[in-house]
Design a binder for this molecule. Structure first.
Ligand code: AHR
Length: 506
């Protein structure tokens, strides 16, 4: 099959925000304990941080980290995670039916991010079982330099300098009946508006994320956004969206087209933002923080929480999904979708980072390795950061899906850099059609590219995955079919069915 992609590298649509390559580390299962932090592991540093994991996180290219949850945050007392480790309380984590030792808390996360390379912390406050006062206390502890009870407590706990946290989530998934402190939109909006106004009174520079919907299919979706935004619009900078995908009843064709749902979700939230802005006659612009997204097999075994009044395990194996090649293609397409909407999505967090629905897996005392989904993320982050999404039009065949009707086989986005290089990311979502893609650049726009490099993630077995025993079973390979014409204005490449490719022209 033949397809054409027309790209205009000079027609910029949106800058690529660094924060779009954020991730998420929740106190859940083994994300923190035996993931990020494992004192006694042969590769742990003096703080107990696993250096093998840190290296992989750097290679992945994630920017901001959302912390400490997730559902966990809605029952979390942040004060439990500070001060001498041996005096920190053991608590029940109701969200994941586990025991939280609090060995790892805010200081440990701040230090980990510093060692990682200065990545930004996106901190969530508990608006489930706590409220404005606790949020203010946490803000004072974190951002006030000194001279008050809580800022001086931080200094005594070892951090002379304030943490300077700019981005704050006003709770987590408050629209979800599973959430501790779940409430209706009007009730949450009042709580969030109050917390936001108070936090700004203390630190006018904070950027605030109000909770949107925890999925596109929530019965309250749309109305929730409208109610919450109408009551908080001037106080907040972002509204969150969350989305997870998996094949429903084995319907692979719809699953491979999950990007269609994410795209519609983003456009609909953007429409509610615009309608609210118009109604309130506001000059303020609220953006979308897509701060949980991934493939997640929510109904299967690793996601079942422990049960029983006496059974609260410590760092159990939860949500340890093993991702296939097909999952990675969907994942890569979700990233393409986020970038295509970078004018509205100014922050996003891959949920999550280590062990828990994660691109990086570890064994306690053992190795760390990359899941299939690691590769689309690392390539897209490496090639897109600092660039601009530019105009492009794909022309491919369509295939039929039960969920989304007819969808294009190929989905793509193009990103240009100031050094003149151009990167194109393409997902071939068709299960049957390989493509010969021709890339066409306007003659006037190309000062003549002289080099083309491409990597393709594909496997004849679309269920192939990377595991402890076979850590490199699925890898991206150089795509040697990529060609550039002599004038540098056209390129071509072969794209196998169910594949994800990154192409770079320079
Ligand atoms: O990422 C796993 C969970 O998914 C988070 O805790 C919650 O916010 C969402 O429902």
């Amino acid at each position: 099959h033949q397809a054409q992609l027309d790209v205009d590298p000079d027609f910029r649509l949106a800058s690529v925000p660094d924060r779009i390559f954020g991730s998420f580390a929740e106190h859940l299962g083994r994300c923190i304990y035996t993931g990020i932090y494992e004192p006694g592991h042969p590769k742990a540093d003096c703080n107990g941080y696993r250096t093998d994991v840190m290296e992989l996180v750097r290679e992945l290219g994630v920017t901001a980290i959302r912390y400490p949850g997730g559902n966990f945050v809605s029952g979390y007392r942040w004060q439990d995670g500070i001060g001498p480790r041996n005096q920190r309380p053991r608590r029940l984590d109701l969200a994941w039916h586990s025991t939280e030792t609090n060995e790892f808390g805010l200081h440990e996360m701040v230090e980990w991010l510093k060692r990682l390379g200065g990545n930004e912390l996106m901190e969530a406050v508990n608006l489930g079982t706590q409220g404005t006062q606790e949020a203010l206390d946490l803000l004072e502890y974190s951002n006030i330099p000194s001279g008050t009870v809580l800022s001086d407590l931080r200094r005594r706990n070892g951090s002379e300098d304030p943490f300077d946290i700019h981005m704050w989530c006003l709770g987590n998934e408050m629209d979800g009946p599973w959430q501790l402190g779940h409430r209706d939109a009007a009730d949450y909006a009042r709580t969030a508006a109050m917390a936001a106004a108070a936090m700004r009174q203390m630190d006018p520079d904070v950027e605030l994320v109000v909770c949107g919907s925890s999925s596109h299919s929530m019965p309250t979706f749309g109305d929730w956004e409208r109610t919450v935004l109408e009551r908080t619009y001037e106080q907040v900078d972002f509204i969150s969206s969350h989305a997870y995908y998996h094949p429903v009843d084995g319907d692979m064709d719809s699953f491979l087209a999950s990007g269609e749902d994410m795209g519609a979700f983003i456009r609909e939230v953007a429409a509610v933002i615009d309608a609210t802005r118009a109604k309130l006659k506001s000059d303020h612009q609220v953006a979308i923080s897509f701060d949980e997204w991934n493939v997640w097999y929510q109904d299967s075994e690793p996601s079942r929480t422990p049960e029983g009044i006496g059974n609260w395990p410590q760092a159990p194996r939860l949500l340890e999904d093993v991702y296939s090649l097909a999952d990675a293609v969907v994942f890569g397409d979700l990233l393409i979708t986020l970038l295509k909407h970078a004018d509205r999505v100014r922050s996003a967090s891959l949920a999550q980072l280590v062990n828990v629905i994660a691109p990086i897996m570890t064994e306690p005392g053992g190795p760390a390795w990359r899941q299939t989904t690691f590769y689309p993320f690392s390539s897209t982050a490496r090639l897109s950061k600092g660039g601009n999404v530019v105009e492009s039009h794909m022309n491919s065949d369509f295939y039929e899906t039960a969920r989304y009707g007819d969808v294009p086989d190929l989905d793509s986005v193009a990103v240009s850099q100031d050094d003149g290089s151009l990167s194109i990311f393409v997902a071939n979502r068709s299960r049957s059609r390989p493509y010969d893609l021709t890339l066409r650049l306007p003659a006037w726009a190309c000062s003549g590219y002289s080099r083309i490099e491409a990597q393709t993630l594909h496997d004849d077995d679309i269920q192939a995955s990377n595991t402890l025993e076979a850590q490199d079973r699925v890898l991206p390979h150089p795509n040697t079919t990529a060609r550039l014409t002599a004038s540098g204005s056209q390129a071509s490449i072969h794209l196998p069915p169910v594949s994800w490719s990154a192409i770079r022209l320079s």
